[in-house]
Write a protein that binds this ligand. Structure first.
Ligand SMILES: Cc1ncc(COP(=O)(O)O)c(C=O)c1O
Length: 406
């Protein structure tokens, strides 16, 4: 039987050679290649400061810490996200206030965010928020690489005095513009206070594990850099080079989040190929849309003229009302035909931790609850062949017709 994986990593010989070169260079941990990766990444998104870290989760954590998130503070977090976005709020004993999604894009529903803020002002508290507590920030996620309306986020944040940390784990390289005749704004182009990217193995560019935090604020950049390396007064690169001093100072209780030069070696090469890889994903997304766009069984993701989509994911929604099978049966049907699909995601408000710790229930975020019954992500990666796309589409059509027997 043919199989189509959810993701297939394809590294170039130049990328492998650069990693080997690093292994031979005598410098494995954070060093010259990481500095070059940071500078090149900042230039490629148009950011002033970039800090390479060992994951996007680490980037989100140092971002909210640098912004002063404290115990009991509320942060607006979309329920349609991965664990990381909300858990970093919990690391600092803050309260993730879960916001519903737009049914089409699955991005944060800013109307619901406004409603929560208005209710908060009237003393109607979101789950987990206590009397006297404040909502201090918002963390939009660019779902699948399709950017949130950043202008609307900025307006909301300015109106309510919130900071903005963009979770751009899926959104490199991506761009946004308010209208077709407006100039493009790149994701990370100093849009939020801090924007955080992921270089996990199946992301749009990869360092195996890795992340980047970018900001226009020198104060936030300094604080994040310090906290990412044990709260030391300067980093290990400085410490171990001939020009660096041995005598660091511990100025705060920080974390150990720095990225290695081995990972950055890969990142430097991937960065150069980022637009080529994005276009390869976009082409493959187009192949799916050409085959599924008119389908009665599924809805395909939108491709908007005001977005340059990173196409980390190709998420579809099943028209379950017209089908005799459930999403889970379609997933099983795909699997029994050798196709690995995934679901992004079970929304946070339907996970045991958020239900039990804060009292969330399906009705808190009805749009996301409904999407969860319908959504699944098809395999999408630059090396996916047209034959594989045809195979996935045929397997999907079969799975939508017949309940899987497995
Ligand atoms: C939306 C989102 N945010 C954050 C992360 C965490 O990224 P990392 O694995 O680099 O920590 C992920 C991981 O997939 C994600 O999907």
């Amino acid at each position: 039987m043919k199989t189509v994986p959810f993701f297939r990593i394809e590294l170039s010989e130049a990328e492998i050679a650069e990693v080997v070169d690093t292994l031979r260079s005598g410098w494995l941990t954070t060093g010259p290649k990481t500095r070059r990766f940071e500078e090149a990444f900042a230039a490629s998104v148009g950011a002033t400061h970039a800090l390479a870290l060992n994951s996007c989760t680490a980037a989100l954590h140092v971002a909210v810490e640098a912004l002063g998130l404290g115990p009991g503070d509320g942060v607006l977090v979309p329920t349609m996200t991965f664990a990381a976005t909300a858990e970093v709020v919990r690391y600092l004993s803050g309260v993730p206030v879960l916001v519903d999604c737009e049914p089409g894009t699955c991005n944060i529903d800013l109307g619901h965010a406004e409603q929560i803020l208005a209710d908060h002002g009237k003393g109607i508290r979101a789950p987990g928020m206590s009397a006297g507590s404040r909502i201090v920030g918002v963390m939009p996620v660019h779902y699948g690489g399709d950017m949130v309306d950043v202008g609307a986020v900025r307006t909301l944040a300015a109106r309510h005095g919130l900071w903005v940390v963009e979770d751009a784990a899926h959104a490199f390289p991506a761009a946004w513009r308010p209208s077709e005749d407006a100039p493009w704004q790149r994701c990370g182009d100093n849009t939020g206070d801090v924007t955080c990217f992921s270089f996990y193995a199946n992301k749009t560019i990869t360092t195996g594990e890795g992340g980047m935090a970018v900001t226009s604020s020198p104060e936030l950049a300094d604080r994040m850099r310090r906290m990412s390396l044990h709260g030391l007064s300067h980093d290990a690169w400085g410490r171990y080079t001939s020009s660096g001093a041995w005598d660091y100072r511990i100025v705060d209780a920080g974390y150990k989040y720095n990225l290695t030069d081995i990972a950055s070696a890969l990142g430097l090469h991937q960065l150069r190929r980022a637009e080529e890889l994005r276009q390869a994903r976009e082409t493959r997304a187009g192949w799916y849309t050409a085959r599924l766009g008119a389908s009665r069984e599924v809805m395909v993701p939108a491709s908007r003229s005001t977005r340059r989509h990173a196409w980390h994911l190709y998420p579809i929604q099943l028209r379950t009302e017209a089908l005799a099978v459930t999403r889970d049966q379609v997933m099983s049907g795909l699997r029994s035909n050798g196709v690995t699909a995934s679901v992004h995601w079970r929304p946070l408000h339907l996970h045991p931790y958020y239900k039990e710790r804060f009292g969330y229930a399906a009705g808190h975020c009805p749009a996301a609850t409904a999407v969860f019954d319908r959504n699944l992500s098809l395999p999408l990666f630059p090396g996916l062949t047209v034959d594989e796309v045809d195979y996935v589409v045929a397997a999907l059509q079969r799975a939508c017709e017949v309940p899987a027997t497995v």
